[in-house]
Design a protein. Structure first.
Length: 439
């Protein structure tokens, strides 16, 4: 088998195959008799050890800490986990078929284009196609007069109304670890493209305060200037003649909106517990245009400004690099900000067309059931491999598979990454007594 890479930086890599595991391509086991599972385990431990060194170094030496999370961080929430793209597609398949039937009645050539998109099961491409079609031909409705595209969008939002599972501790643990910093440094900035509120619920468990652009008074109204506010202890500040910042506070930027946002009749964005029509950017080509509207523009501007500042450490987890407007900002920082470091936490498996030879022996039927295929013939078989690949982190590995000097990549699920993320005990606050389950 080919080497599977679990960690890559400019000058260090960790990988394994079925015979050994490697650091910088050098074998780490002499006898070469360990099972694959043990080789994988030892390589993973080394990868996490190197990751801890990176995190400790840059969290200590860099002034700004920013986090960007996406759908991958919601997949390990017990029975209330986020859905994969395929699962989401299946949940509104009936609406897709209904839209296709309407289109096929009106224009057979357009229906062919619709069919080609449906085969890819890419909801972003499908919604982009439907929006363009509706701009020309009017909205698509069923016999009951329901707007079919809105039915899909409603199901997308409903799928993101996640309740933090009682067994889920990694969201709260992550908040504890990233906010354990020296007082006086800028607040941690947590950016997410998720519509769900798992991080908000985790913060509630910890009794943390979120600065998210909304007013502290009710109703909570969005105003970008609220990001400039902070919390301090007035009594301590007066005694010390310097700001005494309240611990357990972080900034939250929801780049694509949230299931608890809605647009009020006056145009202002409000935050409420129960929202029927949430203010979110749905997956379609129009999301790039929408990102230049408020409140999304405010948040994108904050991200761009932070990544341009000297001494910024950005951690990306669960992000598929499909959003060009976000990808461009990150790429700009990686290429032009020399006092910037990027840690990418990626996870995924990739289909590979692998020519497999049917063995010329009596056990050939154990491998391939088709006895008509002569032995010794190569066939194309789709297999799955994991590890760091260019498709997982597009644009961050060169032709040799090596990242830039200010980029580090680790292959890990979000929960395991959090479990291995180092806690800075020097600045940690005891929040164990404050934590309470969310019903």
């Amino acid at each position: 088998m080919e080497k599977i890479y679990l960690y890559k930086s400019y000058n260090v890599s960790v990988s394994y195959d079925d015979t050994n595991w490697y650091v910088c391509e050098e074998s780490q086991v002499e006898d070469n008799e360990l099972p694959l599972e043990e080789l994988s385990k030892q390589a993973q431990e080394k990868a996490y050890s190197l990751m801890k060194e990176i995190v400790t170094s840059f969290c200590s030496n860099f002034r700004n800490l920013a986090i960007l999370t996406a759908a991958g961080t919601s997949m390990e929430n017990g029975n209330n986990r986020g859905k994969t793209r395929i699962e989401l597609w299946d949940s509104y398949k009936d609406d897709i078929i209904a839209i296709r039937e309407v289109i096929s009645k009106n224009n057979s050539k357009v229906a062919e284009k619709c069919d080609s998109i449906i085969k890819t099961q890419n909801i972003e491409n499908f919604l982009s196609f439907v929006i363009l079609y509706e701009k020309i031909n009017g909205i698509i409705t069923n016999e009951a007069g329901e707007h079919l595209r809105e039915n899909i969008e409603r199901k997308i939002a409903d799928a993101c109304r996640l309740v933090l599972d009682k067994t889920n501790s990694h969201h709260a643990s992550f908040l504890q670890k990233i906010t354990s910093r020296k007082m006086g440094l800028p607040r941690v900035q947590l950016y997410t493209t998720n519509y769900d509120t798992l991080f908000e619920q985790a913060a509630q468990r910890l009794n943390y305060t979120i600065i998210d652009g909304f007013s502290f008074s009710y109703p909570r109204v969005f105003n970008g200037s609220n990001f400039d506010k902070d919390l301090v202890y007035r009594k301590h500040t007066r005694v010390k003649q310097e700001d005494s910042f309240v611990p357990g506070v972080f900034q939250l930027f929801k780049l694509h909106g949230s299931v608890d946002w809605e647009k009020g009749p006056d145009g202002f964005i409000l935050q409420r517990e129960k929202v029927e029509h949430p203010c979110i950017i749905y997956p379609a080509s129009e999301k790039y245009e929408s990102s230049y509207e408020q409140p999304y523009f405010e948040m994108m501007s904050n991200l761009q400004q932070t990544l341009r500042e000297e001494g910024t450490f950005l951690i990306i987890a669960g992000f598929g690099f499909q959003d060009k407007h976000i990808q461009n900002i990150i790429r700009e920082a990686a290429l032009q900000n020399h006092n910037f470091h990027l840690l990418i936490v990626c996870y995924g498996k990739h289909p590979v067309n692998n020519p497999t030879t049917i063995p010329d022996n009596d056990n050939a039927d154990d491998v391939v059931e088709d006895e008509a295929e002569p032995s010794g013939v190569k066939i194309e078989e789709e297999i799955w491999i994991d590890g760091i690949t260019s498709s997982l982190v597009p644009g961050y590995l060169d032709e040799r598979g090596i990242p830039a000097p200010n980029v580090t990549v680790i292959y890990s699920k979000f929960k395991e990454f959090v479990n291995h993320f180092p806690m800075n005990d020097s600045y940690s606050m005891n929040t164990e007594s404050l934590m309470h389950p969310i019903q």
